[in-house]
Design a binder for this molecule. Structure first.
Ligand code: SF4
Ligand code: SF4
Length: 128
């Protein structure tokens, strides 16, 4: 299912197109008790889950909003009704991140948020 929001803030993941990354929860209806915990666990900005009021089951509505690598809802679901791709797939994706991309994002984040610098010094940023 595609993201309904063409201008999604989640369209790019570390320099890669999010739509080409197959990371999102899958709900096993036979195990889902309909408690709604996954719906409230997923952040308000991402809102990956909707809810089928007729079936009383959660539904993955916006898979491309899912944060690549997150599995919080899967951990939260006490009925093991939520699954994700194997972690080896995630590793494959991480290995495809363009060279220097993480260092660029990291430097920007630290520079924009000086409160995150635990021990100010004259040392430079680590090399990738
Ligand atoms: S947390 Fe699990 S059991 Fe509860 S609604 Fe979500 S998938 Fe279903
Ligand atoms: S893995 Fe994280 S971001 Fe993805 S649907 Fe679950 S809680 Fe939301």
């Amino acid at each position: 299912m595609a993201n309904s929001n063409a201008a999604s803030p989640f369209a790019i993941w570390h320099g890669m197109e999010r739509k080409n990354i197959d990371w999102h929860p899958t709900v096993d209806e036979s195990k889902c008790t309909g408690c709604g915990l996954c719906v409230v666990t997923c952040g308000e900005k991402r809102n990956v889950f909707g809810y089928d009021l007729e079936k009383s089951k959660s539904v993955v509505m916006f898979p491309e909003n899912c944060m690549v690598g997150c599995n919080n809802c899967g951990v939260a679901c006490l009925w093991n009704a939520i699954s994700f791709p194997d972690m080896s797939y995630l590793k494959e994706m991480v290995e495809k991140i363009p060279a220097g991309q993480i260092q660029k994002e990291f430097q920007k984040k630290i520079t924009d948020n000086p409160a995150l610098i635990a021990a100010p010094s004259n040392a430079s940023f680590p090399k990738p």
